[in-house]
Design a binder for this molecule. Structure first.
Ligand code: HEM
Length: 145
């Protein structure tokens, strides 16, 4: 599977592009849903919905987006694992991704569902947005470096 010369995505040119497109669409879906909750925590009114209600409504979508983004990420990664792994931007992105996922499914979820002060909500939203934006920019940075 990790031999680049026999990798399906390297053998079929269209498959690499298609997988990248799904990678980008799914990460946009996941981060878009997470950002909705963050905007609400920052005090932006999104109809009548509370952060808890938004989290409940978007949880399946953001999880599905994350799972697909991670799967397609590893598929693209497998086309040239040594080169990807040796690049500091890719390692940084993966490290931040682990931190972001842990944060999202612990503190972020707890604060969005709970009754915490607005200051706590805003701080959590800022950290969450910072983590996801950093991951996106490390991905873009890799592609253009
Ligand atoms: C939600 C999590 C993730 C986000 C937000 C993300 C973000 C991105 C972004 C923004 C790009 C650049 C797209 C472009 O400009 O062409 C990208 C490409 C890529 N990502 Fe991810 N990614 C995620 C997860 C992963 C994972 C888990 C892996 C697996 C190791 C991975 C591996 C890759 C690879 C190999 C590329 C292609 C780089 C290239 O050759 O241009 N990604 N990702």
């Amino acid at each position: 599977m990790f031999d680049p010369s026999t990798n399906f995505l390297n053998v079929h040119e269209w498959a690499y592009g298609a997988t990248e497109v799904v990678h980008i669409l799914s990460l946009a879906l996941a981060i878009g849903f997470i950002a909705l909750v963050d905007l609400r925590l920052l005090g932006v009114k999104l109809g009548q919905a509370s952060a808890a209600r938004l989290l409940q409504a978007t949880a399946v979508g953001s999880l599905a987006g994350l799972v697909v983004a991670i799967m397609t990420g590893f598929m693209v990664f497998s086309t040239d694992p040594v080169r990807y792994f040796n690049h500091p931007a890719m390692r940084f992105k993966l490290m931040m991704l682990v931190i972001a996922i842990i944060f999202n499914y612990s503190i972020h979820g707890r604060v969005a569902r709970g009754t915490y002060s607005a200051a706590v909500g805003r701080s959590v939203a800022v950290v969450s947005l910072f983590l996801w934006v950093t991951i996106v920019f490390s991905g873009i940075f890799y592609s253009f470096s």
